[in-house]
Design a protein around this ligand. Sequence first.
Ligand code: A2P
Length: 279
Amino acid sequence: MNSIHDCYTLTNGIKIPCIAYGTYKAADGNSSEIIRTAIDAGYRYFDTASFYQTEEYLAEAIQDSGIAREEFFIATKLWKDEMGYEQAKEAFQRSLERLKTDYVDLYLIHWPRPDAGYADWKQLDLDTWRALEELYREGRVKAIGLSNFLPHHIENLIQHAEVMPMVNQIEFHPGYAQEATVRYCQERGILVQAWSPMGRTRVLNDPLILELAAKYQVSAAQICLRFAVQKQVIPLPKSSSLERMKQNQELFSFAISQEDMYRLETMPQTGWSGQHPDL
Ligand code: A2P
């Protein structure tokens, strides 16, 4: 990968840019303006979700930009209360309407279970997935996948799935690199994506990250994002400032050495959000 426009190829042949812009928490008053700034900064892959309440802002920003819909890669997700076969189809329709488009590039199940006490999550995941498979076959989504699924959740799904998930989006950053889940996915051709690739700034003051930032003459944020790139994980950084939006794309003029990658991979747990899919 040499720029944010370079792509991975999903198992079904669809190209997906190697860096996305995350729209979560861009839901303040001026968020279509922030997303518009991100478009101007060069981002074309936007990650949203029905839960984020940013789909409409994204639609507005894209419309304002005058850039054709096909130039964008749009990913969205159905929320915990939109799981189930019928519910998923209705949720998808609502997302399309908010996004003012007739297809999405990537559609994900946001979490594997509605809450810790939900006993029959296995069946619920299968019913939801069946809806996504149909949307995929109808060409209304170019690719389908998961978010926050751990190996045991994925294992249940793929035992019955007709279409394999192409993506799994998880919390991923130095200090919480979820090695078991990443390895499980990558061995099966499921592309991993990182939400909170900077641990929502919680890891930016870690001594190792600061040491490496000084060594490679980049920012702490760039160390975190480059770490994802070198793990073949798509980071979804978010920022409200044009300067940082641009900085977060400058990840291709340096490489973290193997020794330093090992150190980042094995640093003590740092900056975990506290969100576990089963808890
Ligand atoms: P800001 O909007 O002021 O740029 P994550 O994507 O891991 O959840 O982290 C998002 C947070 O990281 C936001 O608070 C954002 O703040 C901050 N952030 C984004 N890019 C950078 C950067 N290059 N340097 C420092 N902080 C950043």
